[in-house]
Write a protein that binds this ligand. Structure first.
Ligand SMILES: Nc1ncnc2c1ncn2[C@@H]1O[C@H](COP(=O)(O)OP(=O)(O)OP(=O)(O)O)[C@@H](O)[C@H]1O
Length: 591
């Protein structure tokens, strides 16, 4: 039991709740409860005094003061507790998103980021509800129950015991129903997370859906998930509608029992009318804290599950930013020395993707990786970026294992232009300076854009550098996005430049512009190019031809044409394609 709650306690403690605020909130809650408790007692005085024809004005003013006091103190304690709760949750959300940013890439391979994010947001909401509204329920509910039990008992012990019997009978029905409700709400949460994962996936690939006229298929898939949610919701509503009359019935039964029993006592003169009135008013003070505590218990169970899942995430392995035995990054040759690598397969069959691979990437030169689809080209780039670690062998820079270079120093040395040149939400300026330390003047940014052949189209945009790029840069063409990525590289000025060439061809003119700016960018760096079209590697200093994770040939373009049959065949096929009309141009290597 204790261990079940320890992740929750750990998260709450990590949120550093303010102790003075907690004390102030508890005191305010106690004052509010005290005011609520004296209210029925003061009513008793008013009723009895009025019944005996006495003056009630003084007691009435106390009564009003108690009412006002209850409202004000309850509001104050709710606000203070809510503040503590929101601080805990804000702190937790920050820790979780920082943690997600530091997770390793294999962690994202294991679980899609969409579903993960939506689950975490839901789990945070559960903890948020527990530490805000439900914390108020717990504190005021408990105080109220203890206080009201004492007041009732002091008013009349026999009547209190009768009331207790009626309440216990109601709870024998309420508790199993609310447990059932809790199980259902947990299943609803899981189902809702699955649905939002599905929606994220479908709408982020909306072009694919439309291009394949798959709207109906997706609509059916979404419909199925919605149907599950609807069924769960309907079951919850059925239980809720049973719960409400049960509560009503319990309350009415308690009041009627007490009225009958109390009236008989009043008639024989062992109880005043005022005491009976106070008793009935106090029943209202019992019902609401009992409901509050039931809600707290249900939310506590949910938050327990949520915190256990969050604890698993917080304990996941992070990227190691600081090497145990750090080494400075000295420029020189980048080498793969007998590197083998396998992705962690879901089904435990770890097929090696790179097999005993040895490669040299010389400074100042352009080395191209070519080979059929799935031969391991992008995997090599991922290993260079240290998204994954080799299973055996090592990658060295100037003889030093790159694993010894502090991770962020290493990644800062690399400029990576990925296949589809994605853009981040923000302006063109934000995108050109993305991830770069320091501030850049407009002149520097313009100069970089000019060298990337991007200035003219940027200036033609409605707000120039300040134009906002909508989601995934959809307001830019593929070639424009690439030129923005290249402009960023001019500012970043990396020693190692990695280009994962776009699979889809740009039109002839854009292709020439992108190639010209890339040529300018390459000067003086270690360039590694993954080429999908051979036309772009003719002038590479060294080409590695990969097949199934091994190098099956290497050399310059003319070396390979002379020695590598597969390469020569591909060149012939692509030059044949190049002589065809533009519509048939060009055949991607990996197709
Ligand atoms: N994240 C991953 N998890 C598991 N397996 C992967 C992952 N990424 C790639 N693979 C597998 O590794 C192999 C090599 O893939 P890689 O992307 O390196 O090939 P590639 O040569 O770049 O292909 P392409 O030219 O089509 O981009 C493929 O069999 C692929 O299925």
């Amino acid at each position: 039991m204790a261990s079940g709650f320890s992740p929750l306690l750990r998260l709450i403690r990590a949120g550093r709740p303010s102790v003075p605020a907690l004390i102030a909130a508890t005191l305010a809650a106690a004052a509010g409860v005290a005011c609520s408790l004296v209210f029925p007692l003061l009513t008793r005085n008013v009723v009895d005094t009025a019944g005996s024809g006495g003056l009630i004005s003084e007691t009435m003013s106390f009564l009003i003061a108690a009412l006002l006091g209850a409202t004000l103190f309850n509001a104050l304690s709710s606000l203070l507790l809510a503040r503590i709760g929101h601080n805990i949750v804000a702190n937790l959300r920050q820790r979780l998103s920082d943690k997600m940013l530091r997770l390793t890439i294999p962690a994202f391979d294991r679980e899609g980021s969409g579903e993960r994010v939506s689950r975490i947001m839901r789990d945070c909401e559960s903890i948020s509800s527990l530490t805000t509204t439900q914390a108020v329920n717990l504190i005021t509910g408990t105080m109220m129950l203890i206080g009201v039990a004492a007041v009732l008992y002091s008013l009349d012990s026999a009547l209190t015991m009768t009331l207790l019997g009626a309440l216990l009978a109601a709870f024998a029905v309420l508790v199993p129903l609310s447990m059932l409700l809790d199980g259902l709400s947990r299943r609803t949460q899981d189902e809702a997370a699955r649905l939002s994962g599905l929606l994220t996936q479908v709408f982020s690939e909306i072009r694919l859906v439309k291009a394949f006229t798959a709207e109906q298929r997706e609509s059916r898939r979404i419909g199925k998930a919605l149907e599950n949610l609807r069924r769960l919701g309907m079951r919850s509503s059925t239980i809720n509608t049973t719960l409400e009359p049960v509560i009503q019935l319990a309350m009415t039964a308690a009041i009627v029992t007490i009225l009958i029993y109390g009236a008989s006592r009043v008639s024989v003169g062992t109880m005043s009318v005022g005491t009976l009135t106070a008793f009935i008013l106090s029943i209202l003070n019992v019902i609401s804290p009992l409901m509050q505590l039931t809600m707290f218990m249900a939310e506590l169970q949910r938050a327990k599950g949520a915190s256990a899942r969050i604890a698993v995430l917080l304990d996941e392995t992070e990227e190691e930013y600081d090497a145990a035995d750090p080494a400075p990054a000295r420029a020189g040759e980048l080498r793969f020395e007998n590197v083998s690598f396998a992705y962690q397969a879901h089904d435990a069959r770890q097929q090696p993707v790179l097999k005993d691979l040895s490669l040299n990437f010389a400074p100042g030169a352009t080395t191209a990786l070519v080979g059929p689809s799935g031969s391991g080209k992008s995997t090599i780039l991922s290993l260079i970026e240290r998204f994954y670690l080799p299973v055996s062998g090592r990658i060295t820079l100037n003889g030093t294992d790159i694993a010894r270079i502090p991770l962020q120093d290493w990644r800062r040395m690399i400029g990576y232009v990925p296949q589809n040149a994605p853009v981040m939400p923000g302006s063109v300026r934000d995108n050109i300076t993305y991830g770069l330390a320091g501030r850049f003047t407009d002149d520097q940014i313009r100069d970089a854009a000019d060298r990337a052949d991007a200035l003219s189209f940027i200036e033609a945009l409605p707000r120039g550098l300040d134009t906002n790029l909508i989601e995934q840069g959809n307001n830019l063409s593929g070639g424009q996005r690439q030129r923005i990525a290249i402009a960023r590289m001019f500012l970043r000025d990396p020693r190692i430049l990695i280009l994962d060439e776009a699979t889809s061809a740009l039109d002839g003119e854009t292709e020439r512009q992108v190639k010209a700016s890339l040529d300018r960018l390459r000067a003086g760096r270690t360039n590694i190019v993954v080429a999908h079209r051979l036309s772009t590697v003719f002038d590479a200093d060294l080409i590695y031809f990969l097949e199934s994770g091994r190098v099956s040939g290497s050399g310059t373009h003319s070396d390979l044409v002379a020695t590598h049959e597969f390469y020569a065949r591909l060149v012939e096929r692509q030059s044949h394609a190049a002589s065809l009309p533009a519509a048939a141009l060009p055949t991607p290597l990996s197709a």
